[in-house]
Design a protein around this ligand. Sequence first.
Ligand code: SF4
Length: 482
Amino acid sequence: MADNPMLKFVGKGQAYPEKRAADDRADDFLEISRSFILDKAEEQASRCSQCGVPYCSTHCPLHNHIPDWLRLTAEGRLREAYELSNLTSTMPEICGRICPQDRLCEGNCVIEFSGHGAVTIGSVEKYITDTAWKEGWVEPLVAGKPTGQSIGVIGAGPAGLTTAEYLRAAGHEVHVYDRHDRAGGLLTYGIPGFKLEKDIVMRRVQRLKDGGIVFHENFEVGRDATLEALRDKHDVILIATGVYKPRDIRAPGVGAPGVVKALDYLTASNKAGFGDAVPEHEDGTLLATGKNVVVIGGGDTAMDCVRTAIRQGAKSVKCLYRRDRDNMPGSQREVANAEEEGVEFVWLTAPIAFEGTDHVTGVKVTKMRLGAPDASGRRAPEPDPGSEHTLEADLVIKALGYDPEELPKLFGADDLSVTRWGTLRVDHKTMMTSVDGVFAAGDIVRGASLVVWAIRDGRDVTEHMHRYLKAKAKVAGERVAA
Ligand code: SF4
């Protein structure tokens, strides 16, 4: 009987691609892990036990065919592995880099529970798609037979780009509108290069441009055109703007110079990485160099900020979080990376005031203790009386998450219905908003979430939009015939 290439998890240990040393990576914005080499990718893929019910796949928002492409990788059939992974995802090399696999596929891998360590799925996914790009297996986007119908996509983040790609492939004319000067949304300006190098994102965007998708950059709906004007221009609209309104802290002194928003800070850093002139770096307002930096928050954005500050040469970097390590929303893998790079985590601590007259000089904080679980199931923090003290700070970065902007007001569209959380209200059977022919997907519907969920929503909404367009074309055809 031929040797089974799989089920090698007993004899082959778990291995992730080697990380660069913390000292080395703190000097640049390049990704911190080297790629697998071929032998290692094959070896790690061969650890999969090919479960009959693959929990890795069921816990992947895209339901990627993970065991199948792991087997193909282990058998050295890399091109087929890539083709299979590409079937369910528009950007597998990006998911391989930035998905929190420890909470999704790898966190639910059965061999993790048997004590052998999960299959390193994300690193294999990254390897096979990077190889596909290198080998020229990634095919150009080819538009289907022209339908004569036109789509407007508002927002060039992962949900918008996914829908744009699928609808262009179906033969529609596709226009993407985005407020930034480069497409990609948070992939481009939110996530730092050490997690996702920017040429990886730009390569995807360029493929879509080469496939005939028209991008309107620096275009703000509400300023450059109303939603109504875009509806007149296109047969159907998708709103996939994401959520960009930063949550704020109510505390004395929060408006002091030197207390800044996470997204402004990360955008400035990413723009500098592209080689753009960044006035806020020239005047120092969004630069951590030589400063005592305090980042407030415990999510992935906070992790991105602390690690960016290290790379900018901060004097010290502290991360304040009101709960403890076990109750934080950010990835444990990112916390470990940040600690290796010299970030100090100050758990169970919350800001109560910002000190300084002309500029922030410190954050007055209180220690917290965890009480009973709240509505989210996590133990609610409450102040520990008498524990107040001050942490020195020249730059404070608020990374407390994002809420939706007021889209009806921003777009001049009062008939666009929103939920009490400000997200767009959609009919979940059709993903259409309260306005006929206007669909919505991604964070603007579900609230701030993962990139992989935005891709999934972009994939799902494509089906609904396609069905709507076909029905519209049929009605138009019947009118002409009559
Ligand atoms: Fe393989 Fe783990 Fe998925 Fe099972 S859960 S199929 S072992 S990757």
